[in-house]
Write a protein that binds this ligand. Structure first.
Ligand code: TEU
Ligand code: CA
Length: 557
């Protein structure tokens, strides 16, 4: 298997709005990030994925860009950006920018021009259509943020497409001028010395010919109906030729709706498109569960289905493409709340369990800010405490149009709202967790006195120190990066056990996903020779075939 630095790297995602506020306005900023780079150096990560810092009206917290080559006023200046980039490089940390080019903000100059008239030079930068004879939208697509995916624009008596918010009009990637403008902007950032791109919903950029009606009632149909469109690989290969191939970058495509077969094209080993993709199957609900309201009333997969899905990606891409490894990001609830156990008794233990299970797999691991501390969901009780447009729009749509009760909907939000991952980083036990001296834009999780970086960075038994060890082990052991993967005890509803093999070496990864003791089969234990080295574990001692609640341990032999 071909080796590469981005296969051996560990990436840390920063959501700038919630990472560190340096000027007391309650909003994280670039100088705040610069202040905390030493903390990330200590953790040992190699790359920072920076969620968008470009100029934006913040309808979707920066994922609605009004100027790709200017810094969001609230986050600071281009000089602040350059200082952060230089300091990161001094520390040997690379910067991966978030590239959001499926859509812009409706305040972007291109859209301001485009909507002026049907013959404006920028008209075809976006997707405009006449409404249907009966006055209905051009097709039945739903937006991912509730309502129709079309917004009527009086000025020219036409509708424009927005797969996300009304203020995020989709770019028309079939227009070569759009592609040239995007590639020019990407080259501009590469010439500044950045080290890669995370590409927002890149699987959606090529819309199906004729924009046909979708499957009625599929929540956010546009998201699934547009995925892996007719020209997406052609456009990415053009992007690779005109930008990516000219630099030594790390690239990951956020590929909503991607399948294993499609992923082999996006992340193929010949390097003609991207290095890897974020797929969504393992963070979605069970394939066998029909939900009424998309993610809101869905549940996580039962363990056997989850293990089978992750294993499918491990063996399915191995030697042909490359996996990203993640459980958390700014769109997902906190992993320890969703896949672990965030009770006082088991929060730390299960956070280490999840970290072991993910970081011992083949692929590039992504650590989402606060995941290394075992931060968990905030479970806000009041709608007024939420800020996320997806959550707020869904609240109104489901309670006002679908008959969902307030109490039911608040239960959905507490469990799976994106705001659970966006509460401010918990630095210490001072007011607002040391994130800001002002009023935070989003409330801090009330458990910050117990869960914060200051309490962990010097504690060898902390979640932080455990992540630090996992990252170091990946840097020191090729088997963790390149070893082949094999799932064991596939049917178990309690354990997640897999083996890695590389040249003549093996790792046995044993995880108990329950709050009670379980016993590992003789078939598994029989493979581990006496005296096998314990690489890492989340209990100090070892009970052999018995795994205690949320126990994780890795043997090398
Ligand atoms: O997310 C796209 C996407 O797939 C999410 O909308 C996801 O499906 C949903 O949030 C899960 O409930 C990207 C960004 O990561 C997200 O923050 C943006 O809101 C979205 O695109 C639009 O840019
Ligand atoms: Ca600030």
């Amino acid at each position: 298997m071909k080796k590469a630095w981005w296969k051996e790297a560990v990436v840390y995602q920063i959501y700038p709005r919630s990472f560190m506020d340096s000027n007391g306005d309650g909003i994280g900023d670039l100088n705040g990030i610069t202040e905390k780079l030493d903390y990330l150096k200590e953790l040992g990560i190699d790359v920072i994925w920076l969620s968008p810092v470009y100029q934006s009206p913040n309808d979707d917290n920066g994922y609605d860009i009004s100027d790709y080559q200017a810094i969001m006023t609230e986050f600071g200046t281009m000089e602040d950006y350059d200082r952060m980039l230089a300091r990161a490089h001094e520390l040997g940390i690379k910067i991966m920018m978030d590239l959001v080019v499926n859509h812009t903000s409706d305040e972007h100059a291109w859209f301001v021009e485009s909507r002026k008239s049907v013959d404006n030079p920028y008209r075809d930068f976006y997707i405009w259509r006449k409404g249907k004879e009966d006055g209905k939208e051009p097709n039945n697509w739903g937006s991912c943020f509730s309502g129709s995916a079309w917004k009527y624009d009086e000025q020219t008596d036409m509708y424009f497409l927005h797969l996300f918010s009304k203020k995020q009009p989709d770019l028309n990637w079939d227009n070569p001028k759009v592609r040239d403008h995007v590639f020019d902007m990407m080259n501009w950032w590469c010439e500044k010395g950045i080290d890669g791109f995370r590409m927002d919903v890149i699987s959606l950029i090529s819309k199906p010919e004729g924009l046909p009606d979708g499957i009625p009632g599929e929540n956010g149909y546009a998201d699934s109906g547009c995925a892996n469109g007719p020209h997406v690989h052609e456009y990415l290969q053009e992007m690779n030729r005109k930008v990516l191939s000219k630099y030594d970058l790390i690239t990951v495509g956020e590929a909503a709706g991607v399948t294993l077969e499609e992923a082999k094209k996006y992340a193929n080993a010949d390097g003609s498109e991207l290095n890897m993709v974020f797929q969504f199957e393992h963070v979605s609900g069970s394939e066998h569960e029909k939900t009424h309201y998309g993610k809101w009333d869905g549940h996580k997969m039962p363990l056997p289905e989850w293990k089978a899905n992750l294993s499918k990606w491990q063996t399915g891409l191995s030697h042909e493409a490359w996996n990203s490894l993640y459980l958390s990001n700014h769109d997902q609830p906190r992993s320890v709340s969703r896949y672990g156990n965030d009770s006082e008794e088991y929060r730390e233990r299960s956070a280490k369990l999840l970290a072991t299970c993910l970081h011992m797999m083949q692929g590039t691991p992504y650590v989402y800010q606060g995941e290394e501390l075992g931060m968990c969901n905030a479970y806000f009780d009041n709608l007024e405490d939420y800020r996320d447009i997806e959550s707020i729009n869904a609240y109104h749509e489901l309670t006002e149009q679908c008959g969902v009760s307030h109490e039911e909907m608040m239960g959905y939000l507490k469990r799976i709202s994106r705001d659970n991952a966006r509460t401010p980083m918990q630095w210490d036990d001072s007011k607002n967790a040391g994130f800001t001296t002002g009023t935070p834009w989003l409330k801090v999780n009330s458990n910050y006195p117990e869960v914060n970086a200051k309490a962990q960075v010097n504690d060898p038994d902390s979640v932080f120190s455990y992540y630090k060890k996992l990252i170091r082990l990946r840097h020191e052991n090729e088997i963790i990066v390149y070893g082949d993967y094999e799932l064991l005890e596939a049917e178990s509803e309690e354990t997640f056990i897999y083996k890695r093999t590389y040249e003549n070496e093996h790792l046995m990864v044993l995880c108990n996903f329950t709050d009670h003791e379980v016993s590992v089969t003789d078939a598994v234990m029989g493979q581990i020779p006496d005296g096998a080295e314990k690489l890492i574990a989340n209990y100090a001692d070892d009970m052999g075939q018995t795994l205690r609640p949320y126990e994780a341990k890795v043997y090398r032999y």
